[in-house]
Design a protein around this ligand. Structure first.
Ligand code: FAD
Ligand code: EPU
Length: 339
């Protein structure tokens, strides 16, 4: 039976570095650990929160319940042919370590997603994405256990309802399943995705003319390190908001008034706006409320600049939303999970 600890500080369990406590805390190292937990009175009576790396949550107060820290480990190929391999990774594996494992084995597909913090188990939660790739492109299926009954269920790609920073696990099935493992389909003969402008430029700067997956991974790492704050030094949870989608009509109106508007055409006719640009144009870079601040290098990222609490970050995010709405008539939506 896994040991349930009481009154645990969560500061090192969330990348925002918010100093909060939970009433109960348990680490699970195997699916059986979780199944045993189901019989425990604390598990049965308390609110529960599954945590991986804590890199996409904002704690606004102490958590009066049980935090379940997922530590399930293991990576194994489950099938392969001449061209591809399906690899199953346990939910508690560190995402970037998994990406590096794929690169070491020369399995292509996830290299553009290098250095995203957090664990494998959270990767389907918001269909993590970066530099022109989302996990849904390589995703095969995931294994999960019902938080109510412990029953095992396999979710196909269609059942996950992936969208931009979205899945069914953020909505209809929120807190209903513990994801235990994810299967990804990877290619043995890489077809690289360097469509995202900055990757090409970085490869050039690295003097690499015929890149492999390791080079693409390194280029992505370099770009990320130049823009995004390292959570080990400055607390943050990556982009705090999603990039908003607007209609073609709204885009035309905005473009007339703001010719420099940064926007990308989507296949259905709508446009995605760069929220970082919108926030920067409101003059909010560096703006601070009680130690919570808008990051100077990337306005889409809110940081814990000086021992702020979660309420301060939430207040700051509301202020940013208000200012962007006033100036552009666009409502930002939070990406980070608020607890
Ligand atoms: P957590 O923060 O621990 O959890 C996130 C949510 O998932 C919570 O609701 C939690 O309850 C739930 N959850 C976690 N594990 C499980 C599980 N096993 N079963 C059921 N529910 C679970 N994201 C991107 O998409 N692209 C990026 O480029 C990116 N860059 C980032 C850069 C920085 C510097 C930081 C700090 C964050 C960035 N993120 C990015 C956000 C974050 O890294 C991802 O969302 C990541 O997948 C979160 O993983 P985690 O293990 O830390 O999840
Ligand atoms: N921009 C500004 N000012 C800023 C920030 C950005 O003008 O302060 C402009 C940039 O100049 C650029 C555009 O906005 O033209 C886009 O910026 P960037 O390439 O940095 O990407 P992003 O749209 O801000 C998204 C993801 C990131 C992901 C990167 C790379 C979302 C919400 N965010 O950021 O994901 O790493 O693209 O693909 O989609 C995350 O989800 O936590 C995350 C970090």
């Amino acid at each position: 039976m896994p040991v349930i600890q009481e009154n645990i500080n969560l500061k090192t369990h969330n990348t925002f570095g918010i100093n909060v406590y939970c009433d109960y805390f348990v680490e699970i190292n195997s699916p059986d650990d979780f199944l045993n937990l189901l019989h425990n009175k604390i598990y049965q009576s308390q609110p529960r929160l599954v945590l991986g790396g804590g890199s996409n949550v904002l704690f606004t107060k102490n958590f009066n319940g049980l935090v379940i820290k997922n530590q399930l480990k293991g990576i194994e190929p489950v099938s392969e042919n001449n061209n591809e391999v399906i690899v199953k990774a346990s939910a508690g594996e560190v995402w970037h370590d998994f990406v590096l494992w794929c690169i070491e084995h020369n399995y292509a597909g996830l290299e553009n997603l290098s250095l995203i913090p957090g664990c494998v188990g959270a990767s389907p939660m918001q269909n993590i994405g970066a530099y022109g790739v989302e996990i849904k492109e390589c995703f095969v299926e995931l294994e999960a256990l019902s938080m109510d009954t412990g029953e095992k269920r396999i979710f196909s790609k269609a059942e996950c309802g992936f969208g931009y920073r979205e899945s069914v696990f953020k909505h209809q099935l929120k807190n209903k399943y513990l994801i235990t493992a994810v299967c990804y389909r990877l290619q043995k003969n890489a077809s690289l995705n360097t469509t995202y402008g900055a990757i090409g430029a970085e490869l050039q700067a690295m003097n690499i003319s015929s890149p492999g997956i390791k080079d693409v991974s390194q280029a992505v790492i370099n770009i990320r390190q130049s823009k995004l704050p390292d959570p080990k030094i400055t607390g943050n949870a990556g982009s705090f908001f999603k990039n908003p989608e607007v209609s073609a009509e709204k885009h035309t109106t905005l473009k007339k008034e703001f010719p420099e508007l940064v926007a990308y055409a989507l296949s259905g006719g709508n446009f995605k706006l760069a929220a970082g640009w919108l926030i920067e144009q409101c003059g909010l870079k560096g703006y601070e409320i009680n130690g919570a601040a808008v990051h100077l290098k990337q306005a889409l990222v809110l940081i814990n600049k000086n021992n702020c609490n979660g309420e301060d970050v939430l207040k700051l995010s509301a202020y940013v939303m208000e200012k962007v709405s006033e100036k552009f008539g666009v409502m930002l939506e939070r990406e980070v999970n608020i607890v």
